[in-house]
Design a protein around this ligand. Structure first.
Ligand code: NAP
Length: 322
């Protein structure tokens, strides 16, 4: 069997954990790091397993057939393909890019969605602020069935979030590019229907991929469609939200609160004014972290299937960006 290359920019202990697990699950495969591969072997490599790889290194494998990412979000990789000089980029664009689709990841994101939607619904930020001021005051309670939660994105993660939120009793809306039928959820599609969904939203949860179409999609104009007092959760990618507009709308009171797990620059710099903002919760990109055990199993199963049947899992559409 042709060797598999593992290209990454992981810390040494993470490299070891992934390699050990992948080798346990794929005992008949030879999984090698770039400096363990001879020139001759490099010509034979069909599969690369990657985690934030250097695209220049990837381009050295001229007979690559497909790349399996250990992460679900691959926009950095898609971008880096485009940043290569044209010959290298052209070569990589022929290679299929497969991202991680792991039910465990969707479950983890659905738990995060439920946790933080309940946090906002039950006014925990306001009660925490009241406690700091020694204020004893009950805020009005609204039944859960009256609270409209809108999920941007109806992919692996968006659909899992919709299911748990709807099962919990929220009134759930969902938005994606194409039409969908998700039981118990009101669906909206395309840019034309976005304002209408936003107008019917108390809590907005972003689970979109970052693409040229979604970059700064949540800007002043779109966010102003939300009713006064609405709250935002961004668990997708920082650059989807135009931060200056978000802060302005929080400061003037149009928006009530934002939970941000993702930022254009990560780690969020210590000097950022977001850390201290009274209406923002900052999380360190933890809403759905990859589980090594389940993710390695998904990767191993995909590789085994390819060896048996030559079938490559559904690949990312590089022109669409996700
Ligand atoms: P996915 O399965 O590819 O689903 C993407 C969804 O977004 C699809 O429903 C798609 O619509 C919709 N979409 C994309 N572009 C759109 C546009 N321009 N207008 C309207 N809808 C659009 O992705 P996923 O696995 O659910 O993951 C979503 C994102 O979550 C990832 O890309 C990643 O950035 C982020 N993520 C974050 C964490 C974290 O810990 N914070 C962890 C994992 C992933 P269609 O269905 O019509 O194609």
């Amino acid at each position: 069997m042709t060797p598999i290359v593992f290209l990454h920019s992981l810390a040494p202990q993470d490299q070891q954990r992934w390699l050990t697990r992948l080798k346990q699950l794929l005992p008949n495969e030879s999984i090698l790091l770039i400096d363990e591969i001879s020139e001759l072997q490099a010509q034979q490599v069909e599969i690369a397993i990657v985690a934030n790889p250097d695209p220049e290194q990837l381009a050295k494998f001229s007979n690559l057939v497909w790349i399996h990412s250990l992460w679900a979000g691959v926009e950095a990789l898609v971008d880096s393909f485009n940043s290569l000089e044209s010959a290298q980029a052209g070569q990589l664009q022929q290679v299929k890019l497969v991202r991680l689709i792991d039910p465990q990841l969707a479950q983890t994101m659905a738990e995060a969605a439920l946790t933080w939607v309940l946090y906002l619904y039950r006014n925990i930020p306001e009660y925490a602020a009241q406690q700091r001021e020694r204020i004893w005051r009950a805020l009005p309670y609204e039944p859960i069935a009256t609270i409209r939660v809108s999920v941007l994105g109806a992919g692996e993660l968006g659909r899992a979030a919709c299911r748990v939120l709807s099962a919990q009793g929220f009134k759930v809306n969902c938005w994606s590019r194409s039409e969908k039928n998700i039981p118990g959820v009101t669906h909206f599609s395309g840019l034309q229907q976005l304002p209408s969904m936003l107008q019917q939203t108390d809590i907005l949860l972003c689970l979109l991929p970052l693409t040229p179409d979604t970059q700064h999609l949540l800007n002043k104009q779109t966010l102003l469609n939300l009713p006064a007092g609405a709250k935002l959760i961004n668990f997708a990618r920082g650059a989807i939200v135009e931060l200056d507009s978000l802060i302005e709308l929080l400061d003037v009171g149009h928006l009530n609160y934002a939970v941000l797990d993702v930022f254009e620059r990560e780690p969020l710099p210590a000097a950022s004014n977001l850390w201290q903002h009274p209406k923002i919760a900052v999380l360190p990109h933890i809403s759905a972290t990859t589980n090594l055990q389940s993710a390695a199993k998904v990767v191993a199963e995909n590789i085994e299937r390819y060896r048996r049947t030559a079938a490559i899992p559904e690949a990312v559409d590089l022109t669409r960006g996700y």
